[in-house]
Design a protein around this ligand. Structure first.
Ligand SMILES: Nc1ncnc2c1ncn2[C@@H]1O[C@H](COP(=O)(O)OP(=O)(O)OP(=O)(O)O)[C@@H](O)[C@H]1O
Ligand SMILES: [Mg+2]
Length: 507
């Protein structure tokens, strides 16, 4: 018996941008009932291929078939009408609207003249059905990255897409949330829909996918049954060679003076709710202090108070002995504090400006960008070129708008820029999010090298294995309080897990 035609087939898809071929004659077929993972290094062409399937980009060559029939999508609306839904790598929600309004916006099943309470009740019911925890009445701009991601997913699931595409959906989810999402995807596919799943987390991919397609530099290198794969083989296919085993960065030598001291710090979140409660922490020069905890327990506010982006409501912050609690971001920058923020595209980059401008964004007023009080375009270009090189980002030229870079390449650029700024303190929130496996190792090595030069590093992360590998000490945050601080050598996953869940240590 002939096999049924795949739910979607991409045949020989090619997409060129000025100076590069993002997709080079790629074939991909996805069956109904299947979860098909798409893997590849940062910039390999994954998001571009999916943007073609969803009608956002027009291919320069090749064709799309659904159920064996050739289709053409002139716009995203055409693809949605054909039953294709996509959760994008970068959030597309309307920030001034509530969660319920975003869910109902432009949806054929939104009742006419619907009231806010009705939309909220409908949203609550949907959230229940799909096991995604959202607050229907909250405004999107007040949500953490993880919460926004859940709303994006709910928005697409609610529309019942026959072909569901998720572009790195778990990058900003907690491990618990990710596990629930993967379960949901299995059920979703089992109901006869096709799911395309993009992720850099190989464990996740191996756990959930039926088949895996690997892209490298815009070309399809293999499509494999997940059951026949392991992590090493996938990594080799992605990068085209064997990866060096990860280095263990931790080192037990004496650290320097106290660099950053928080004493009884309290702060409120954007809604005026207490987010940090009486936090006291010390970070020494030449030390990596990791803040472990489930996102939403005060991490964002902590990074903001130590970079001048948020006022404290009580307590003191000292940097190298100097009181900083009333200072703004410029003073922290001046004091040698670099910041890799959680939401890079919104808070760390100017999306429509070029790579060069973004690379020097934080160095305009000092050498090499400024010489003798005057802006030096040549100096700025030189600095930009250095940062782009160190970040190992390929761009045809430095004028390319930053929003055209792949998600991982944007993150690489922010990380390298802020490391250049951080002559004394680096505040890094989830710095490996969105990076491919090779780039994660490179970044962790660079963070270790900064520490060895005497920089203090405050590392916010949910990736426990990463934390335990590079940090010198670990502090656990829960509901805005420090639950415990201890040497990383004495930490293990289980102990951390209990503290992260709010269980206090026995005295
Ligand atoms: N609109 C655009 N204009 C110019 N170049 C683009 C555009 N969109 C993507 N590119 C380039 O195409 C290449 C592939 O990008 P893409 O976003 O598809 O990568 P990716 O595989 O999704 O990577 P990541 O894992 O970092 O998300 C990159 O070099 C990127 O800079
Ligand atoms: Mg991408």
């Amino acid at each position: 018996m002939a096999e049924a035609a795949p739910a979607v087939a991409l045949l020989g898809i090619t997409k060129r941008f000025p100076g590069l071929v993002a997709n080079d004659s790629i074939d991909l077929d996805v069956r109904a009932g299947e979860i098909h993972a798409l893997l590849g290094e940062n910039g390999a062409g994954k998001s571009t291929l999916m943007n073609i399937l969803t009608g956002i980009y027009q291919p320069d060559g090749g064709e799309i078939r659904m159920g064996g029939v050739r289709v053409r999508f002139a716009s995203a609306a055409d693809a949605i009408a054909a039953g294709i839904g996509m959760v994008h790598q970068h959030f597309k929600l309307i920030r001034a609207f509530t969660v319920a309004e975003n869910i109902h916006l432009g949806w054929g099943e939104t009742p006419f003249a619907v009231s806010a309470p009705t939309m909220e009740a409908r949203t609550r019911a949907l959230a229940e059905t799909f096991g995604l925890d959202v607050r229907p009445e909250a405004r999107v701009e007040d949500l953490s990255a993880g919460e926004q991601q859940r709303v994006e997913i709910l928005r697409v699931l609610a529309r019942g897409a026959r072909v569901l595409i998720l572009d790195e959906p778990t990058a900003v989810l907690t491990p618990g949330e990710s596990a629930r999402l993967l379960e949901n995807l299995r059920a979703y596919a089992a109901a006869g829909r096709a799911v395309i799943f993009i992720s850099h987390k190989l464990d996740e991919v191996l756990a959930v996918a039926d088949r895996i397609t690997v892209l490298r530099a815009g070309k399809c290198v293999a499509t494999l049954e997940a059951a026949h794969c392991d992590k090493a083989r996938l990594a080799r296919l992605m990068v085209g060679r064997d990866l060096a085993p990860p280095a263990r960065g931790r080192r037990a030598r004496a650290v320097g003076e106290v660099l950053l001291a928080l004493d009884g710090v309290s702060a409120q979140d954007d809604r005026g709710v207490p987010a940090l409660r009486d936090v006291s922490l010390q970070l020494r020069a030449g030390e990596i202090l990791a803040i472990a905890g489930v996102a939403g327990n005060g991490q964002r506010e902590l990074t903001e108070v130590v970079t001048g982006l948020r006022r404290v409501s009580a307590g003191s912050i000292r940097l190298g002995g100097e009181a900083m609690a009333g200072c703004g971001p410029a003073a922290f920058l001046e004091a040698g504090v670099g910041h890799i923020p959680e939401d890079r595209l919104r808070t760390a980059l100017a999306p429509s400006l070029g790579v060069a401008e973004n690379a020097v964004l934080r160095g305009y007023f000092r050498p090499p960008c400024t010489r003798g009080g005057w802006f030096s375009p040549a100096g700025a270009r030189g600095l930009a070129r250095r940062i782009v090189g160190e970040a190992q980002v390929f761009v045809p030229n430095l004028r390319v708008p930053i929003r055209n870079l792949s998600g991982g390449n944007q993150q690489r650029l922010v990380a390298r820029r802020e490391m250049a700024v951080a002559t004394r303190l680096l505040v890094a929130a989830y710095p490996t999010r969105g990076l491919d496996i090779g780039a994660i190792e490179t970044l962790l090595r660079f963070i270790g090298e900064a520490r060895d030069r005497g920089v203090g590093v405050l590392l916010i992360s949910e990736e426990l294995d990463e934390v335990l590998r590079v940090a010198d000490r670990v502090a656990v945050l829960f509901k805005g309080r420090v639950m415990g601080v201890f040497p990383a050598a004495e930490a293990d996953g289980e102990r951390l897990g209990l503290l992260m869940g709010g269980q206090a240590e026995a005295a």
